[in-house]
Write a protein that binds this ligand. Structure first.
Ligand code: FE2
Ligand code: FE2
Length: 159
């Protein structure tokens, strides 16, 4: 019996948790009166939950790349999406800088822009999970031995 949570299971649990928050965020978007809450929710998701998840996932990516030497096609594709998600996050934060959160008004184009980028980003993230699971996690389950998995799990828990 292994005495640690498999790193892939740690990440899968985060995918499930984040997916639930993404659905909540989308529900808030349907009611302009809730947009301030939606923005706060998006900030938490994008600048906290996503970042923490990505830092944990990176440990796995780095380890797999080290093992497999050169870049492997499917991993490269996963990483390409990580970079695209990163650049959307930068755009979200740029749009956020222009906004006073204590004065959120539904007809303000800056608010609409922020919510549009936020919405695009969280759904891109959700659909990205499929690639993580199909390529990255599948490779990790097959390639890494128990010792290495334990080490990775400890590093993830420390984040
Ligand atoms: Fe992921
Ligand atoms: Fe990912």
């Amino acid at each position: 019996m292994q005495d640690f949570v498999h790193p892939v299971d740690i990440l899968l649990e985060e995918h499930r948790k984040i997916s639930r928050h993404i659905s909540n965020f989308s529900d808030l978007l349907e009611h302009p009166g809730e947009w301030e809450a939606a923005i706060r929710n998006a900030i938490q998701l994008i600048n906290h939950d996503f970042v923490q998840h990505e830092r944990r996932e990176d440990i796995l990516v780095t380890e797999l790349e080290r093992m497999m030497g050169a870049k492997m096609g499917p991993l490269e594709m996963v990483e390409k999406e990580h970079r695209q998600l990163d650049s959307l996050r930068k755009r979200f934060n740029k749009a956020l800088e222009k906004i006073d959160l204590s004065q959120v008004q539904g007809d303000d184009p800056r608010i609409l822009e922020l919510l549009e980028i936020g919405n695009r980003l969280v759904w891109a993230k959700k659909s990205h999970f499929f690639k993580d699971e199909r390529f990255l996690f599948a490779a990790a389950r097959g390639a890494l031995g128990a010792e290495k998995l334990r080490e990775i799990a400890w590093q993830m828990e420390a984040i």
